[in-house]
Design a protein around this ligand. Sequence first.
Ligand SMILES: [Zn+2]
Length: 196
Amino acid sequence: MRRVMHFMRLILIAVIPSLISVPMTSAHESTAHVHGRATLEVAIEGGSVQISLDSPLDSLVGFERAPRNEKERQLVREMSRKLRQSDHTFIFTPQSQCRLESVQLESAVIEPGLLAADSDSNVGKDLDRSSTNSPDVHSELSATWHFQCAVPESLQGIKVSLFQHFPSLKRIDAAVVGPKGQSRTRLSPKSTLLKW
Ligand SMILES: [Zn+2]
């Protein structure tokens, strides 16, 4: 009996802290928000390749709220431009002949027009969603690229050049789901090749 009680106590000790911490986790906590770290998911199905990036905004533009002035709006446009130039961002095995079909960029705190391919300089001018400026508030950017490959059987890897364009990014946890199953790779500025 005593043993059982002891066991129960151990369970409570193990369970209670996790119960307490539940309300403290924010909505998008399935992957931890750590500045300098992003996650990348690559899904390959036949000739179609979808790449999804989730990154703290801080690592891409240096702030995590709506841009407040022209200089910050320019930083957002610059980020958008870099992410849309996918031939600089993802380099596929050349023989696979992969071509970009579409790019989608999304962030909860940035006006969609400012992330659009043809963002003009007036977009977002009168917007200020930045009234909440608590350092505890974090925001991310989600980017999704769709590629179509003419010779998918030649595709052996992707070189990810995000670190070069976004020096604040130090680590990317990448997951690949493809014809050879699932694999995980940790990318860094010194290790940018995703192979499977
Ligand atoms: Zn943050």
